[in-house]
Design a protein around this ligand. Structure first.
Ligand code: AHG
Ligand code: MN
Ligand code: MN
Length: 332
């Protein structure tokens, strides 16, 4: 038996040799993994190096930025700057699309939430990084904002890094989903979750129920149904961490549904289409799951602005379909 795991690099090299991915995409994924390693280290040391707390600024969608939000954004940008592969970045922490590498042959656009779940930074809770890669369509020297305004169906690859009890990188590769765990002793991501498939259903639901009074009555009936444990052969369980990446990761591996719906206050909810919903929707679908606004497939939505929001229900196919059904009718 081999004593060595399969490193991310080795895995991607094999995929390249088998014509499953292009060589430049291998490099892009390696750079994302590199950013993840830096962030995993820095997040674990944040309390010791003055990286906790607010930075004193607000981002484009009005969230108060944490010091780690800004640091994470810089790490991701630095990992891709002047590489000749990513020409522009749309990030939660940037007001506009930022050009990082002009060049006629620079092929990719990166969309990213560099630090997801940032309310967890100061309490050592789970955090994440979400990313998606689009092929650039414009042909000029520099990309334009329109290069980032795409629909999720055009994503070349997407994934996330979860910073928790371990650091996990989940990527789409071709039409598969692969999970790697960072071995801190050797500083490498090793294949730990090959060919991830989401269970068809699951008992967990994940949502911030403190918005209940502000939700559509059909959604309230859905939550009432979920939380009623009488006459259920498979009772449901509520799990909510405040970090989409962590809550989605649970649904991806064990089944269930995460939802962040629109409300009276925020018609399209809170989550951002381009760099939160769409990348995770691709992961969900390629793992056999589903992602929906409640009425529309997430991947079909054409982004109109880089920070646009979308309601999200994501996870097991049957659980998301059940959510859609309830939203439409108010009953199962
Ligand atoms: P971010 O930290 O990138 O702004 O994302 C936070 C998101 C998501 O991770 C989480 O599920 C949700 O916001 C939590 O919002 P509530 O506090 O409204 O539940
Ligand atoms: Mn986020
Ligand atoms: Mn964020």
């Amino acid at each position: 038996m081999s004593t060595q795991g399969i490193t991310l690099n080795r895995y991607l090299w094999q995929q390249y040799k088998d014509d499953k991915i292009e060589l430049d995409l291998l490099m892009v994924l390696e750079q994302m993994a590199y950013a993840g390693k830096i962030l995993a280290g820095e997040i674990s040391r944040a309390a010791l190096v003055g990286h906790l707390g607010l930075a004193g600024e607000k981002n484009a969608t009005g969230d108060s930025q944490k010091k780690l939000d800004i640091y994470s954004n810089e790490v991701v940008i630095d990992a891709f700057s002047h590489l000749g592969l990513v020409t522009a970045i749309a990030s939660e922490e940037l007001d506009e699309v930022e050009l990082i590498d002009c060049g006629y042959d620079t092929p990719y656009i990166l969309v990213t939430d560099p630090l997801d779940g940032s309310s967890n930074t100061d309490v050592a809770g789970s955090l994440g990084t979400i990313f998606g890669i689009y092929r650039r369509e414009s042909t000029g020297l520099c990309a334009t904002e329109a290069d980032a305004l795409r629909s999720g169906t055009e994503l070349v690859t997407a994934g996330y890094i979860l910073y928790s009890t371990s650091t996990i990188l989940v990527i789409t590769c071709g039409d598969t989903v692969q999970g790697f765990t960072l071995d801190p002793n050797v500083g490498e991501f090793l294949l730990s979750h090959p060919d991830i498939r989401t269970p068809e259903s699951g008992k967990v639901y994940s949502a911030n129920l403190s918005y209940y009074a502000d939700w559509h009555p059909h959604l309230q009936q859905y939550v009432d149904y979920l939380s009623d444990r009488t006459d259920k052969s498979q009772p449901t369980s509520l799990r909510y961490s405040g970090a989409l990446v962590g809550d989605f990761h649970r649904c991806l591996l064990q089944g269930g549904v995460y939802f962040y719906p629109g409300s009276n206050e925020q018609e399209d909810g809170k989550l951002r289409l381009l760099y939160e919903c769409a990348p995770l929707a691709l992961v969900a679908e390629l793992a056999g799951g589903k992602a929906s606004t409640g009425t529309q497939r997430i991947l079909d939505i054409q982004a109109k602005s880089i920070h646009q929001r979308a309601p999200l229900a994501i996870g097991s196919t049957s659980a998301v379909s059940f959510y859609e059904q309830f939203l439409k009718t108010g009953t199962s």
